[in-house]
Design a protein around this ligand. Structure first.
Ligand code: NAD
Length: 308
């Protein structure tokens, strides 16, 4: 089962899992009503809110679920506008999933984020360091990692997670995060030839192309249990790190006449509190992680994908 399956990651993860395990082996769930979405037209789908624990339990039993990819969440930019909702969905939803996992012996993938790091973390963020995020979203992700560790240690629930960097993809819109500029810039470049970027030109953040993120997710979940270490609640993974102006230059070199202005808004503050890049040695050692997409490969894939 995939929760939040109609979102940016769920759209591509569900498609990949269906290719791998068979269409009818993968149940997509979400609270949005999007009848034409490929996850709804392309296989089994059920409306399911992750904060309705009774309904969640019923669906797990009725559909004979063994593994949950728990993607339902409120992302950073939306979450800071509505912190109570962010906490209710992100923490409450994760508790629903972990409680069901404890009762029904499920395996769980529950992603974390680079938003767990706060301004006191080194700019090249290590796996282990104090986690003092200044955003509500980041705090819900720290809680998610701690819950994951508790359920593993106390109940033996096999829950695993990745601290995703900003994810760049074209198949589904970005879901209200601070790194959305790295997705929007491609659409604006091809539609209007111009982008007003909401972070400053020198803002550097860890990013990753979606194919790498999906490969990392499936690879982590396929790793034998005895290889998974203490980072299980939120493995650092590195993709590519660039400034907003480096991204704009890379787009301009592919889309003639493209121009970009930088007008930071409130999201600059969230971006400034996060690291520039990620040390992912634990992922490399424990489950063989290695990214494939650099800035050039990512730009080519985005532009070709949107044009197609
Ligand atoms: N996209 C990124 O760049 C990024 C980076 C770091 C971490 N993450 C994490 O990855 C996960 C998925 O992110 P995404 O980008 O696909 O998000 P998204 O916003 O695109 O999708 C989230 C989905 O959850 C659904 N949802 C919201 N409330 C729900 C509820 N109560 N019950 C069921 N579904 C509900 C939404 O309808 C949406 O389809 C989240 O945990 C997010 O924090 C994402």
């Amino acid at each position: 089962m995939v929760t939040g399956a109609l979102g940016q990651i769920g759209t591509e993860l569900t498609e990949e899992l269906r290719k791998k395990h068979g269409t009818h082996q993968v149940l997509a769930t979400d609270v949005r009503d999007l009848p034409d979405h490929p996850c709804v037209t392309g296989g089994p789908f059920r409306y399911l809110s992750v904060i309705d624990a009774d309904d969640f339990d019923r669906v797990i039993t009725e559909e004979d679920i063994g593994t949950v990819y728990h993607l339902a969440a409120i992302l950073s930019a939306t979450g800071e506008k509505n912190p109570e909702l962010c906490e209710r969905i992100n923490v409450g939803g994760t508790i629903t999933v972990l409680e069901a996992a404890r009762k029904h012996n499920l395996r769980v993938f529950a992603p974390s984020s680079i938003a767990v790091f706060g301004p006191d973390a080194p700019k090249h963020a290590p796996q282990i360091c104090p986690l003092n995020p200044t955003t509500m979203y980041g705090r819900t992700k720290v809680t998610g990692e701690r819950l994951a560790m508790n359920y593993w240690k106390q109940y033996g629930v096999d829950v695993r997670g990745i601290r995703y960097p900003g994810l760049i993809s074209y198949k589904a819109p970005a879901g209200g995060g601070t790194t959305d500029y790295a997705v929007e810039i491609f659409h604006s470049a091809l539609e209007t030839g111009h982008y007003d970027c909401f972070v400053s030109s020198d803002t550097r953040l860890p990013m990753m192309y979606m194919s790498d993120a999906i490969r990392a997710t499936i690879s982590l979940m396929e790793t034998p249990l005895d290889r998974i270490g203490d980072a299980r609640g939120g493995y650092n993974v590195s993709g590519v790190s660039f400034t907003a102006s480096e991204l704009a230059d890379a787009v301009a070199s592919r889309v003639s006449g493209f121009t970009c202005d930088f007008n930071p808004d409130i999201r600059q503050k969230y971006a400034d509190s996060w690291p520039d890049s990620i040390d992912d040695q634990s992922s490399r050692e424990d489950w063989g992680w290695s990214p494939e997409y650099d800035l050039d490969a990512l730009c080519d894939a985005m532009i070709n994908g949107i044009r197609d």
